[in-house]
Ligand binder design. Structure first.
Ligand code: MN
Length: 480
């Protein structure tokens, strides 16, 4: 990774900010940070300022607002230099000071320190989402640049940082919908955690590359023709699954050629109706695999990802996934919440914060766990267990998707919908069949909770039949 210069950053920023006042503020942040970090070096031997510059550059590629770019340039000044929050507020503005302070409070984590410290820090990262999601986004960009330059650290540090990235930052990126960052963080961590496997998969990929390229070329030509015929304006992109994603499939016993989305073609169109028209066109040309069709437009994922997915038999009977979406969907599918900077321009920060609270399902669970736990270590282990580990997705009777930790029962589902529903529940129907309240919910189950306002409330023994912290706690509270 070559060093980013201030000019690189400026050119990137000028692609979407042209107000001279904003550009002056960025220039001022850079000068101030350079002055404060003067003489400090990174382990790579570069001047320290190269790090905040790179973090700001990553954010400018996401079209981050001026305050975020400035805060990225200044993000290590409170921690590593004489700067203070008050001083930054006087010199710059309140938002920039708050962002830098927020990033600083999430101080450098270290697995070799006592668990309690790690837990405290993790909790800070996660709860700062509530304060201003931009703090977490800056932290993600900071982590991304540190992972890109991890080669200069000791082997122990490489492993520690990679583990931490997998445990905390990858799930965060996923929940914010930032798939591009998630994929890169996974591959970087994987290359340090399992270097032999990482190399092995890359070699295998290299071998199939020529064939994949040929297929991609053929498909792009063919699909272009079909869509031109139908008069649908479009753009085509292709992507090969990331190394870590391939590894996960192979560790479940799949051969590389059996991975249904190893090669994906993205069909990007202007309007939603064109998504469905394109789907019809693709299906009339290539045979789809029935079970792999997903309509995430009608039912977006819980992190707001929306797209049509279909896997078809492509040239040479090679499986190919088609991802069909509009331009705006594609931005959200790639950058997640950070795409709002592009979509909502001036008002992005407020809209992000509001949508995070109302539309992104994990945020509500996080807030609940946060409110229910005083102990930091318990908080972190609960978040990992309920949010960062394997989850299942079930449907309400209205077709809404609800995300729950694996092991959840209808009791958890009921309390997840609403405390009152849990408290008046008398039974549950899953896929049209009456089930016991301790039935373990499976992916794609359709769940309907039977309630009776005259019920005596949840029974004490349900505590042992529930999985989530919220349900257990609510049952305990009810019986008091
Ligand atoms: Mn940093």
């Amino acid at each position: 990774m070559n060093g980013i210069s201030y000019n690189d950053l400026l050119n990137s920023v000028k692609g979407y900010i042209n107000n001279s006042k904003d550009l002056e503020l960025i220039q001022k942040s850079f000068s101030y940070a350079s002055k404060l970090h003067k003489g400090q070096k990174r382990q790579s031997g570069e001047d320290y300022i190269s790090h905040p510059l790179s973090v700001a550059f990553i954010l400018s590629e996401m079209k981050a607002d001026t305050d975020t770019v400035c805060a990225a340039l200044l993000h290590d000044t409170i921690e590593d230099t004489s700067a203070t929050k008050d001083k930054l507020e006087v010199l710059f503005n309140k938002d920039i000071a708050t962002l830098v302070d927020g990033v600083t409070k999430i101080s450098k984590m270290n697995f070799s320190t006592r668990d309690e410290m790690v837990a405290t820090n993790t909790r800070k990262i996660i709860t700062s989402l509530d304060e201003d999601v931009r703090i977490v986004i800056i932290k993600l960009a900071d982590r991304l640049h540190n992972m890109r330059t991890l080669g200069f650290k000791s082997e122990l540090k490489q492993r520690e940082n990679s583990l931490e990235t997998m445990e905390i930052f990858v799930p965060l990126a996923y929940y914010l919908g930032a798939y591009q960052i998630k994929g890169e963080l996974e591959d970087l961590s994987f290359s340090y955690l399992k270097p032999e496997l990482y190399t092995e998969i890359n070699i295998t990929l290299e071998k199939t590359k020529a064939q994949l390229e040929e297929i991609t070329y053929e498909l792009l030509q063919d699909i272009s023709k079909i869509l031109v015929d139908k008069n649908i304006p479009f753009e085509l992109q292709s992507r090969v699954k990331n190394v870590y994603g391939i590894y996960k499939n192979m560790s479940r016993g799949k051969k590389i050629s059996d991975i249904h989305d190893l090669l994906a073609i993205k069909i990007i169109v202007d309007e939603i109706k064109d998504c469905y028209l394109s789907l019809g066109a693709v299906h009339s040309r290539y045979t789809p695999i029935n079970s792999k069709f997903k309509d995430y437009i009608a039912m977006p994922k819980t992190n707001m990802y929306s797209s049509l997915h279909t896997t078809v038999f492509g040239p040479n009977d090679r499986l190919v996934q088609m991802q069909i979406r509009t331009r705006n969907m594609n931005l959200i599918d790639t950058y997640g919440l950070t795409a709002y900077w592009d979509l909502n321009k001036g008002d992005a920060a407020t809209t992000m914060q509001e949508d995070l609270k109302t539309k992104f399902q994990f945020f509500k669970s996080l807030t609940e766990i946060n409110a229910l736990t005083a102990d930091n270590q318990e908080f972190v282990s609960k978040v990992k267990e309920e949010l960062f580990d394997s989850n299942i997705y079930v449907y309400t009777s209205k077709g809404e998707i609800i995300e729950l930790p694996y092991g959840s029962t209808p009791i958890d589902f009921a309390y997840k919908l609403h405390t009152d529903i849990g408290n008046t529940m008398v039974g549950a129907i899953v896929n049209d069949t009456l089930v016991a309240v301790d039935y373990i919910l499976q992916n794609k189950d359709r769940v309907k909770i039977l309630t009776d306002s005259l019920s005596f409330g949840p029974r004490d023994e349900w505590q042992g039949k529930a999985y989530t912290m919220k349900a257990k706690r609510m049952i305990r509270e009810f019986s008091r």
